[in-house]
Write a protein that binds this ligand. Structure first.
Ligand SMILES: [Fe+2]
Length: 146
């Protein structure tokens, strides 16, 4: 059942999701300014979703017969999501997260395409679901920064 192009792409999605989870929660803690309440709450909604998604993606990897990676070093080496900076001002945080949402959509698209090639509709469906969430997040963040 194992399919390396699909599970490798899913591992990248897992690393990106973990990295974005960490950054979004960090910005939830450290955001400041007149929009504090709105951003603190929006970031919380997003990191809660990311936390749940991490479990789903890891278990998807398990259903394909592979071990789900758990080393922080693996996540750091694998993700393209830039590390957050807790000293950023609020709008820089918002723009940084919007950019990361775009990057994770690219990783999801790659996993979607690999799964489609392998004829794995379960993974295709899961990737479409996550792409929809991240596109919506990007829209909300871009609207805040407009
Ligand atoms: Fe909190």
């Amino acid at each position: 059942m194992s399919n390396a192009p699909v599970t490798d792409a899913l591992k990248t999605v897992l690393a990106d999701t973990y990295a974005l989870y960490l950054k979004t929660q960090n910005y939830h803690w450290n955001v400041e300014g007149p929009q504090f309440k709105a951003l603190h709450d929006l970031f919380e909604m997003q990191y809660n979703d990311l936390f749940a998604a991490i479990d789903d993606i890891a278990e998807l990897i398990r259903t394909l017969g592979e071990k789900a990676p758990g080393k922080l070093a693996f996540y750091a080496e694998t993700t393209r999501i830039a590390a957050g900076d807790e000293t950023y001002d609020a709008m820089t945080m918002v723009k940084d997260l919007a950019e990361s949402q775009s990057q994770i959509v690219e990783s999801l698209q790659a996993a979607h395409d690999a799964a489609e090639k392998a004829g794995d509709e379960v993974v295709v469906d899961a990737m479409i679901g996550r792409m929809a969430v991240h596109r919506k997040n990007r829209w909300m963040l871009q609207s805040l920064a407009a």
